[in-house]
Design a protein around this ligand. Sequence first.
Ligand SMILES: [Zn+2]
Length: 285
Amino acid sequence: MPLAMFASILLSMPWPVAADTAALASRKRSRYSLTILLDPPGTALPRPRIYGPAGRPLVVIDAGHGGHDPGAVSAETGQREKDITLAVAQAIKAELIRSGRVRVALTREDDRFLVLGERSEIAHAIKADLFISIHADSAQPSSTANGATIYTLSEVASDREAQLLAQRENRADIINGVNLGRQRGEVASILLDLAQRESMDASAGFANLLKREATGLIPFRPDFHRMAGFVVLKAPDMPSILLEVGYVTNPDDLERLASDSGKINIARGIRRAVEIHFARKLAER
Ligand SMILES: [Zn+2]
């Protein structure tokens, strides 16, 4: 209901409009009441804590899903994607802090829901230089699909599976009632932006670097780099990748992701790629 209509109903109530709200509140409550929840104007984005020495480039790690959105759930063990992504993100954070060469922030450090657009907006608001979203894939229960895949943003999906995955991941917003059609339109329109094209190239470059540096630490799928229209990767001003660390539908992947060594290996691979990425950028100056 538009606010104006609500106001006009209020004004047409049989009782005289109270001079102040206190008088209105003290009035005997009607049997029926109508509550309209409006977003408070200018709701501030959560501002994450930034770890690491000042002046260093800032990497934002985004643990996918959270809160009432569990992401993919293992039918066998009940392990949830939102817990896996948070544990992996924490391991990456610890490794990057240890490296001392970058600053690091997490879009969420606990079990909370964030709208997809908020995740890249948080990174943008704190002037991140690199955005890495962590997810865990799922496949048909009978599928043997396993291993990690790096996704970057593209107008046209690299293949049908990538397209379906982007649709599944983008669905996190539907859970929260966000109009996905509008978001899709946004992705399409920002892709026309030159800055977006540049950051898409830089994202693809980082995807290749990560594959090279993390080989032996992370088991990648043969087609390790794929592309699709992920809403979470739409920030035009920083290289952004989405790393599917493995399949919650694959027992070996689940075991690896639950183990300390599995998480530390992912973190090490990312740390190596991150260090080289920023060393190269420094050299280009
Ligand atoms: Zn996911």
